[in-house]
Design a protein around this ligand. Structure first.
Ligand code: A2P
Length: 268
């Protein structure tokens, strides 16, 4: 555990004040950052928490962020958009190592393995920063204990924005905890909508045309064998949901596990 202590504010539910450890900018729209993790901070892979900064008026500005780091990591990692004029991200994009960041105390969310019934293949569909919860799930041994095959898709506007998921998936093989257990099980499928790319277009378009399953050499989605998680913009979620229902999959939750789960990717 990093030795930068979390300062405990007065209210028991108030966010803790953590310290920025590193920041990497991918494009003028996307960046990742790492912060200290208090020893008491526990979460399930795929969950989100409130992250923020103190506002000018003294009130905190907080937004939901999925943990992108695995549950066993001593630090916390987040993958963020830089929303033009966004109340939080217009400032958060300028953080530097050593700066304070507010971290909520109550991780929650539906993109968790517990919200899915048992299956053979797990499909993780993401756009933009929606890949973040999957970065965590891909490094959880339980993902590979529960599923024989994990197909993770990431669609971005620009090829440079795909870099984050490429680095995470490429790193799996050398990961001491999941390198062996994940070997040969993960399919990473990227598509790009506004730059030249071998797989152009939205994931929805490539599902509809049949190119997606042709490209990965796997049979189409079936409620018998398949489970899915979806994370992206509201429009992407709605469009993907319609396709899940069309394939016969039903939506689950923590209280009622089923065949697919959704979560809106953070923006603001
Ligand atoms: P597009 O460039 O055609 O809008 P954003 O940054 O706006 O959230 O978009 C991230 C990626 O998600 C982009 O490649 C975008 O494609 C794609 N996208 C946007 N809306 C949808 C949708 N309704 N269904 C599938 N993909 C979408």
């Amino acid at each position: 555990m990093n030795d930068v202590a979390s300062r405990t504010p007065s209210h028991p539910n108030a966010p803790t004040v953590e310290t920025v450890l590193s920041v990497v900018h991918y494009t003028d729209r996307l960046f990742k950052f790492r912060i200290t993790r208090p020893p008491s901070f526990r979460f399930r892979s795929g969950e989100f928490v409130m992250i923020g900064l103190h506002g000018g008026d003294g009130k905190p500005i907080l937004r939901a962020y999925s943990m992108a780091s695995p549950f066993w990591d001593e630090e916390l990692e987040f993958f963020s958009i830089k929303a033009p004029g966004g109340p939080l991200t217009s400032r958060l994009q300028h953080i530097q190592p050593g700066d304070p960041v507010l971290l909520g105390r109550k991780p929650t969310g539906t993109l968790v393995l517990d919200a899915l019934t048992p299956g053979r293949r797990l499909f993780l569909f993401s756009t933009g920063t929606g890949f973040a919860p999957f970065a965590s799930l891909l490094r959880d041994p339980e993902t590979y204990e529960k599923f024989e095959r994990v197909v993770v898709t990431h669609t971005c506007r620009l090829t440079a924005e795909l870099r984050y998921s490429e680095d995470i998936v490429d790193g799996l093989v050398d990961d001491p905890l999941i390198g062996e257990i994940s070997a040969g099980k993960v399919v990473h499928y990227t598509t790009c909508t506004r730059d030249p790319h071998p797989r152009p277009g939205r994931i929805t378009t490539r599902l509809d045309s049949g190119e997606f399953f042709k490209d990965i050499g796997e049979p189409a989605l079936s409620p018998e064998t398949d489970r899915a998680m979806i994370c992206g913009s509201m429009a992407m979620i709605q469009d993907m949901k319609a396709r899940m229902y069309a394939c016969g999959l039903t939506e689950g939750s923590n209280a009622q596990p089923a065949e697919f789960v959704i979560e809106k990717a953070f923006a603001g």
